[in-house]
Design a protein around this ligand. Structure first.
Ligand SMILES: *Cc1c(COP(=O)(O)O)cnc(C)c1O
Length: 395
C-alpha cells in the first residue's frame, strides 16, 4: 500500500492480506502454528522468515500482522508489535530496553499500573527511576543526566489531563542520548503526531479507543523498524504477551471506524466542556480544548488542533457531591474504562486511584470531587442535558 495515502484511508485498507478466496472482511487466522512444504522450507524459515512467512503465533500471525501494519501506517511509524494488553505493551517496552544500573526519568502523573511497573518492577531489577512533574520542563532538565537511558510519560495524563510538551522533553532526552517512550492513550492515534514530535516508541492500550466498543484487551508498541523488530520483538516474542488473532481481528475492525468515533467523541467532549464550564456545582472543568486549560495552546499544537475525548470535572461539594452527580446520570455509565462508544464516568479517588495515599492523590490533583468523563458517540445534546441535570442534582 502506498505510503502517501492519508490515515483515514489506511485505517480502512492498510495492512490487508487477502487469502486465495479474496474475502472482503479480513480473515481470522486462528492458528498457533504453520505447516512447511518440506524440511528445507522449515529450515529456511527459521534462518530468516520473509514478510508473509510465519513460524509460531507467539512470534507473529497473519491477522495480528495486519493489525500491526495498519496501525503503524495510521500512526506514521515504521513498524509495530501487538501484544495482549496495554500493560503488556508498557511493561514490555520498558523491560526490553532497560537493564540494571540504568536511569529513567518519568512523569509522576501516570496510570496506576504504570506506576507499579516503574516503581516496583524496574526498581527490583536495579533500574533507578526519578519522578518529575511532567508539565515542568525545568524538572525534566534537572533530572535527565548522562546515565539516563529512557524517559517515559503520558502525553496527556490520566485523570487530570495535564499535557507534557513532547517535543521539548524529547529534545532534552535525545541530547542526553536517552530514548523517549510515550503512553499515548489519551491523544489517540487520530490526533497523534508523536513520532514526528520526537517519540522513539509510542505505546497504546488498544483496549481504549482502538477497540472503542468494550470488547477486548489489547496493546501495541510502535516505532522504528530497528527498535520494533530488534529489541522489542526479541523480548516480546520470548516472554509471551502475544495478541490473540481473534483480538487482532476485533481491533482491525475497530481501526476502520476509529477516526469517525474519535472525532465524534472529541466533538462531544468540547460541547460538554463548554456547556458545563461555570456551573455552580463545579470548582473547575479540565479540558485541553478549553481556553481556561493551563496548556491549551500546547495541547492543540500537539494534538492536531483537538482537545481530545476526555473531560475532568471537580465538584465543589467533594465526594458526596461527586456521588450525587454519578448516581443522577441517566445516559452516562459508571465504569472505569475509557475511549468507548458509550459515555463513561469514573470517580478516580475511590476506584482507579483508590490505592494511592492521600498525599499522592493531592500531588496528582485527584481530589475527592474529581470525576473523569470519557465522552462517547451518543448525540451531543443528550449528553449535555444528562450531565447538566446531574450537576444540578449535585448542588
Ligand atoms: C488503560 C491504560 C493502560 C493499560 O492498558 P490495558 O489495556 O488496560 O492493559 C495504560 N496506560 C493508560 C494511559 C491507560 O489508559
Amino acid at each position: 500500500m502506498s505510503k502517501t495515502l492519508k490515515a483515514r484511508t489506511t485505517a480502512v485498507h492498510g495492512g490487508t492480506r487477502r487469502s486465495q478466496y479474496g474475502e472482503m472482511s479480513e480473515a481470522i487466522f486462528l492458528t498457533q502454528g504453520f505447516v512447511y512444504e518440506t524440511a528445507e522450507a522449515a529450515e529456511a524459515r527459521f534462518i530468516e522468515a520473509g514478510e508473509d512467512e510465519f513460524i509460531y503465533a507467539r512470534y507473529g500471525n497473519p491477522t495480528v500482522r495486519m493489525f500491526e501494519d495498519r496501525i503503524a501506517q495510521i500512526e506514521g511509524a515504521e513498524d509495530a508489535f501487538a501484544c495482549a494488553s496495554g500493560m503488556a505493551a508498557v511493561s514490555g517496552a520498558l523491560t526490553a530496553l532497560l537493564k540494571a544500573g540504568d536511569h529513567v526519568v518519568s512523569a509522576r502523573a501516570l496510570f496506576g499500573s504504570c506506576i507499579y511497573v516503574l516503581e516496583e518492577v524496574l526498581g527490583r531489577y536495579g533500574v533507578e527511576v526519578t519522578f518529575v512533574d511532567g508539565t515542568d520542563l525545568d524538572q525534566w532538565r534537572a533530572a535527565i543526566r548522562p546515565e539516563t537511558k529512557l524517559v517515559f510519560f503520558e502525553t496527556v495524563s490520566n485523570p487530570t489531563l495535564e499535557v507534557t510538551d513532547l517535543k521539548a522533553v524529547a529534545d532534552l532526552a535525545h541530547a542526553a542520548g536517552a530514548l523517549v517512550v510515550v503512553d499515548n492513550v489519551f491523544a489517540t492515534p487520530v490526533f497523534s503526531e508523536a513520532v514526528a514530535q520526537g517519540a522513539d516508541l509510542v505505546v497504546y492500550s488498544a483496549t481504549k479507543h482502538i477497540d472503542g466498543q468494550g470488547r477486548t484487551l489489547g496493546g501495541v508498541i510502535l516505532g522504528s523498524k530497528e527498535l520494533i523488530r530488534g529489541k522489542i520483538e526479541a523480548y516480546m516474542k520470548h516472554t509471551g504477551a502475544a495478541m490473540s488473532p481473534f483480538t487482532a481481528w476485533v481491533l482491525l475492525k475497530g481501526l476502520e471506524t476509529l477516526d469517525l468515533r474519535v472525532r465524534a467523541q472529541a466533538a462531544n467532549a468540547a460541547a460538554v466542556a463548554e456547556a458545563i464550564e461555570g456551573h455552580a456545582a463545579l470548582a473547575r472543568v479540565l479540558y485541553p480544548g478549553l481556553k481556561s486549560h493551563p496548556q491549551h495552546d500546547l495541547a492543540l499544537a500537539q494534538m492536531g488542533g483537538s482537545g481530545g475525548t476526555m473531560v475532568a470535572i471537580d465538584l465543589k461539594g467533594g465526594k458526596e457531591a461527586a456521588f450525587r452527580f454519578l448516581n443522577a446520570l441517566q445516559v452516562a455509565l459508571i465504569s472505569n474504562n475509557l475511549g468507548d462508544a458509550k459515555t463513561i464516568v469514573t470517580h478516580p479517588a475511590t476506584t482507579t486511584h483508590q490505592r494511592l495515599s492521600d498525599e499522592q492523590k493531592a500531588t496528582l490533583g485527584i481530589t475527592p470531587g474529581l470525576i473523569r468523563i470519557s465522552l462517547g458517540i451518543e448525540d451531543g445534546e443528550d449528553l449535555v442535558a444528562d450531565i447538566l441535570q446531574a450537576l444540578d442534582a449535585a448542588l
